[in-house]
Write a protein that binds this ligand. Sequence first.
Ligand SMILES: O=c1ccn([C@@H]2O[C@H](COP(=O)(O)O)[C@@H](O)[C@H]2O)c(=O)[nH]1
Length: 305
Amino acid sequence: MPTTKDFGARAHRLARERGPLCAGIDPHGSQLLNWGLDDDLEGAERFVLTLTEAVADQCAFVKPQSAFFERFGSGGVALLERVIAECRKAGALVILDVKRGDIGSTMAAYAQAYLDPASPLAVDAITVSPYLGTGSLQPAFDLASAHGKGVFVLARTSNPEGKQIQMAKRRDGRSVAQGVIDEVNLQNGDAEPMGSFGIVMGATIGACAAEGDARLRESTYGITHTTVSQRDSAHDLSQFNGPILVPGMGAQGGRPSDLPRVLGAAANFAIPSYSRQIAQPGPATASIRTAVEGLQEECRAAMGE
Ligand SMILES: O=c1ccn([C@@H]2O[C@H](COP(=O)(O)O)[C@@H](O)[C@H]2O)c(=O)[nH]1
């Protein structure tokens, strides 16, 4: 039974309060150099703590990219723990972009690492990969449900290489991505205002199926989105009832106007995510805050809020 303490409900509430934007915290070598910092642990620390101070009380969502911390070894992981704690203290929901996926028994250990509140790396939600089968992610769904956490499953990623596998056709006619979308949505049931199980849809991908296409599928083939999607060029989000993390904004070319194009009516579930672009005006925190405010407004307007 979903409650107001669940990730979906908390995300919905905070996005309305602070805006839908997710601030990515990626201590990328080139970003450190842009700020006049060395590409080492000390530089990364200055970079991420400055960004955290600028965005964590302003944004509903903060998304550290684990890889950029892990490259510094145990010191980087300790820094990640610190960023998580600071962001949560400032009231932001932390989505750790860690893209885990493994056989069920190992997946349970990954879930424990990030979704068990007793873990030093506990966050509000994580990204996971469904390429060992969406069913292999069940331990993460279960632990998230038990602790009011969220899970975002990669469906259509923002990189051009993703299309070949994600848009491949399954035997039932749906694309691999559509199968993932439908399977994740089963976890959400009829949760209100939305469930805690989300998908990742890059801002740089093709448009969603128009409403008319979804109706045509039903009337012509007597099928619904949960069985077969007849189009392979588009995805159908008309029944999706969870948060949609949208990376690829800014540096990769995605714009707020892409949100309704890619997500259709589900754009109101969008969490548009920017990493490099929000660090660009730094290191002055006031400049970062002003840029984030502008992007929040552009995203809200594009989402029809
Ligand atoms: O499909 C995906 C999934 C995740 N990402 C991650 O988002 C940020 C994007 O960084 P930008 O600087 O805003 O381009 C990065 O951490 C990726 O690993 C993605 O880009 N696409």
